[in-house]
Design a protein around this ligand. Structure first.
Ligand code: PHE
Ligand code: ZN
Length: 884
């Protein structure tokens, strides 16, 4: 190394920026380029001197040359927006280091050394919310995926596992509570009102699982005794005043711990489990070992301020992060291409948990709805990627519905094929084999193969091929046989023009029209481009029920009479299939309508079939209200758009709204009876009362569509009588879409009533931005100037703008104002919070699937973003892929 190039003085941030301007096209990281780390870091000692606008960090790394590495004498430590104030090797200040871009390279002569680096941070100005940042007077960290390198220089990759010891000190009045991973081993008071604490985490972990919190917090404390008899202290830490809204989160945590023991044999492995709620947060929550950090919206809940949906979300996310303790932490990921190894599996685990805590049928329907609204469009657009991507520019862009939700579906298919017990043998083997390791998706598949006794050779295509398989089905009856012909095609996706046939597990049943029953469900695994399956013993043509329980994440194309769908909607014993038949009925009708394929007579006929099916659902005494509510939900506009190669969002919206209004008028009588019945059910958290609340607002929506004055009257009454947020929000949602005097009154009341409660004020923003009001764009513009709006809080930004981006009435307004609004947002938000800004790009990226006039405006908006002189890697990647 050239001695003259060694900096002898600490390097300022500005110098780093001068020395290494960000390249125009960020480098592409490829999965196939994986190399094991050259150096391992078995132990880390971190010392933090905490201050809101000045925190000093000393990191002491014991490093070993990795026998499996390339033998390099250079230790590469990643950094991002930080400068080394001092570098020591084995206790001595050294000059043998240099910067390569933002990385710190240290030359080492031996095989084992202690490398010490000091850095200084300003948490108060960290608006990206990655690394160490300040939120409402407290300090907290977010390190996944690559935030640790914003705290100190480190081999910031998940296959470097270290044991952490953390010491922190700071003013006691400002930061009375000091938390880190693992257990607190010592604490004490220092001089001048300072205090300190030392934490030790015995479990080796990658840097992305490091966490630290300092602030004025209070805990809801409880205990859990594990199946092995370990007594665990549980704390949920929140700001003083919020503790009364933490009991549901605590109950969910205890249920999660118990459930993971029973369902997966997984026991907690520390004496302490802390959760901290933070109001400025980019994502939902984070599974840091022993110290989960949560967005407040997934912790705080009480009937007054949280809807039933919010309660479910808290339970699901608490479970999800807890389950990561095994699927993610004990067994972690080798590299970020393997993200679905922990996320897909953990989403499946949280789905199964929530199903066990509530209604399995309803949970399955909800999960499929999310997949279709969020993941199917991803799979059919410019950002499509396999659940195990092959390359990325910015890993933060790959925390997607594909990696998470489709990843969960892929593992669910293995479970379906193996059966629950054999699948469990597979996961037991996986945890056993890879405990303490950084594993790959391949390791997981192999463990399931070996443990469950499945052959998954061809199944591995689900990890490598992007795109939603399309399965065309045909059923022919001849003699006493029913012959099912299936044909599959996987659409081309970016970088993957040709696809191979995938194994698709389909649960099927054939119904006898007369008796309304079937003689047993079968699981067929359809693994060729085309195949036929023969079923014997049918004197008459049966009715096919296919992909029951949504056994595979595919789209089924099966043209059939409305009469068959009406039959299944009424008779199918698989609740998902029943829902699917209702959806199919409406989808077929609306797709034909927007494609101009319906004359007046056909439209009347289609509506009559839908109306009859809805009427039956409203009246069916055998249905519980939670399930009734599911069956009453109309397919989303994005899902309708998915059915068409190129769609006109205006036409879809108009047709769907027209159907709603027709249903509201046609079923006015039964809907009012339903609403009245539901209004009479008193509040409780029991399923029956929750079901009543669900159908109450659904009935209201349809009543308001058919008769706005009657809808406004009922909604205002529901709003005023509400003793819980589910009813109040539902009523306000209906009012926000109407042009009625009650609208302003209720909105003003809601704001006054909940002023100062950030999570509820978020609802106030999103209800208005998501409304089907003709003036919605004006309302959004005004809300952006409201004193409660801020660009620095991601929850608030999402409350206003994500609600707008998914509201077709706003986003797809024919003026193009909606696109401009989202484009402006991305440009303004990017320098403040790139991760959150990048999440808005995919909505504009759908332009190729939209009619040409709107498409041109969407594309122009993307081009205006691309022309910005400075753009984050996050937004740059999403925009260039969306244009490319
Ligand atoms: N790993 C977190 C989860 O799924 C998500 C997350 C990713 C949070 C990146 C923050 C940053 O549970
Ligand atoms: Zn997760």
């Amino acid at each position: 190394m050239d001695i003259a190039s060694r900096p002898s003085e600490p390097v300022e941030n500005t110098q780093i920026a001068d020395a290494a301007p960000p390249p125009a096209a960020p480098p592409v990281i490829r999965r196939e380029d994986y190399l094991p780390p050259a150096w391992l870091v078995p132990e880390v000692a971190l010392d933090f001197r905490l201050g809101l606008d000045a925190t000093h960090v000393t990191a002491k790394l014991s490093v070993n040359r990795n026998a499996a590495g390339n033998g390099a004498s250079t230790l590469r430590l990643n950094g991002d927006q930080i400068a080394p104030l001092a570098v020591r090797v084995d206790g001595k200040d050294v000059n043998d280091w240099r910067l390569d871009g933002s990385d710190l390279l240290v030359e080492l002569s031996g095989d084992t050394h202690v490398v010490e680096v000091e850095t200084a941070l300003n948490p108060a100005t960290n608006s990206q919310l990655m690394g160490l940042y300040a939120s409402g007077g407290m300090l907290c960290t977010q390190c996944e995926a690559e935030g640790f390198r914003r705290i100190t220089f480190f081999p910031d990759r998940p296959d470097v596992l270290s044991t952490y010891t953390v010491r922190m000190s700071g003013p006691k009045a400002q930061f009375p509570i000091l938390l880190a991973n693992g257990n607190c081993t010592a604490s004490g008071d220092g001089e001048d009102g300072a205090h300190w604490a030392e934490w030790h985490d015995p479990w080796p972990k990658p840097s992305y699982l490091f966490a630290l919190v300092a602030g004025d917090l209070v805990a809801n404390a409880a205990h859990f005794t594990t199946m092995g008899g370990r007594k665990v202290d549980l704390n949920i830490w929140v700001r003083p005043g919020d503790e009364d809204r933490t009991q549901h989160a605590m109950d969910s945590l205890i249920n999660s711990m118990k459930w993971d023991e029973e369902a997966f044999g997984r026991e907690y492995d520390l004496d302490l489990f802390n959760i901290v709620a933070v109001s400025d947060y980019n994502m939902g929550a984070m599974e840091n070992k022993g110290l989960n950090i949560f967005n407040t919206r997934y912790v705080l809940a009480d009937p007054e301020t949280a809807t039933d949906g919010d309660y479910d979300a808290v339970e699901g996310v608490i479970g999800h992060e807890y389950f990561h303790n095994w699927s993610g932490n004990r067994v972690t990921c080798r590299d970020w291409f393997q993200l679905s190894l922990k996320e897909g599996f953990t989403v499946l685990r949280d789905q199964l948990f929530s199903a066990d805590m509530g209604s399995e049928a309803v949970k399955r329907i909800e999960d499929v709805r999310v997949l279709r609204i969020a993941q199917f469009p991803e799979d059919s657009g410019p950002l499509a990627h396999p659940i195990r991507p092959d390359s990325y520019q910015e890993i933060s862009n790959f925390y997607t519905a594909t990696v998470y939700n489709k990843g969960a579906e892929v593992i669910r298919m293995m479970r379906t094929m193996a059966g629950v017990e054999r699948f469990r043998q597979g996961t037991d083997l996986y945890f056993d084999r890879h405990d303490g390791e950084a594993a790959t998706c391949e390791d997981f598949v192999k463990a399931i193969e070996d443990g469950a006794g499945l052959d998954l050779a061809q199944f591995r295509l689900w990890y490598s091929q992007a795109g939603t398989p399309q399965v065309a089905a045909q059923l022919v009856h001849n003699g006493t046989q029913a012959v099912l012909t299936l044909t599959q095609s996987v659409p081309a996706t970016p970088g993957q023009p040709e696809k191979q046939a995938m194994p698709i597990p389909l649960r099927v049943a054939l119904f006898d029209r007369e008796t309304g029953t079937h003689s047993g469900e079968q699981l067929i695994v359809f693994d060729k481009a085309s195949d036929t399956f023969t079923f014997d013993g049918f004197a008459h043509p049966p009715v096919l029920s296919i992909n029951r329980g949504f056994s595979a994440p595919v789209a089924i194309e099966f043209e059939r009479d409305s009469a068959d769908l009406v039959f299944l909607a009424a008779h199918d014993d698989d609740p998902f299939a029943r829902y699917e038949a209702m959806q199919g009925l409406v989808v077929q009708h609306l797709v034909a309508a927007v494609s101009g394929k319906l004359d007046d007579a056909a439209r009347d006929e289609g509506r009559a079939a839908i109306g009859a099916a809805y009427g039956a659902v409203i009246a069916d005494p055998a249905l519980d209200d939670l399930m009734r509510g599911e069956l009453m939900i109309l397919p989303a506009e994005t899902y309708l758009a998915e059915q068409l190669a190129v769609s006109d969002p205006g036409a879809i919206h108009a047709e769907r709204e027209a159907l709603k209004a027709w249903l509201g008028r046609e079923l006015a009588g039964p809907l009012k009876v339903l609403h009245d019945r539901a209004v009479a059910v008193p509040y409780s958290r029991e399923a029956a009362a929750r079901g009543a609340r669900k159908i109450k607002t659904q009935a209201l929506v349809l009543i308001a569509s058919g008769d706005p004055a009657e809808g406004a009257r009922r909604a205002f009454a529901q709003y005023n009588a509400a003793d819980n947020m589910t009813d109040r929000q539902g009523a306000l949602m209906v009012l926000a879409s109407l042009d009625a005097p009650e609208r302003e009154t209720a909105l003003a009341d809601f704001h006054d009533r909940y002023e100062g409660n950030a999570l509820v004020i978020d609802k106030w923003f999103s209800l208005q931005a998501g409304a089907l009001n003709p003036k919605v764009l004006e309302h959004i513009a005004a809300l952006a100037k409201h004193p409660d709006f801020t660009m620095t809080n991601p929850n608030r930004v999402r409350a206003l703008y994500m609600a707008a981006a998914v509201n077709p009435r706003a986003f797809h307004d024919e003026s193009g104002e909606g696109y401009r609004m989202i484009g402006d947002l991305i440009r303004r938000l990017d320098p403040i919070n790139a991760q959150t800004a990048a999440r808005f790009v995919p909505s504009l990226g759908r332009w190729r699937r939209i009619e040409p006039v709107r498409a041109a405006m969407m594309r122009a908006e993307l081009e205006r973003i691309a022309a910005m002189p400075e753009l984050s890697r996050d937004v740059r990647e999403q925009v260039s892929k969306s244009l490319g």
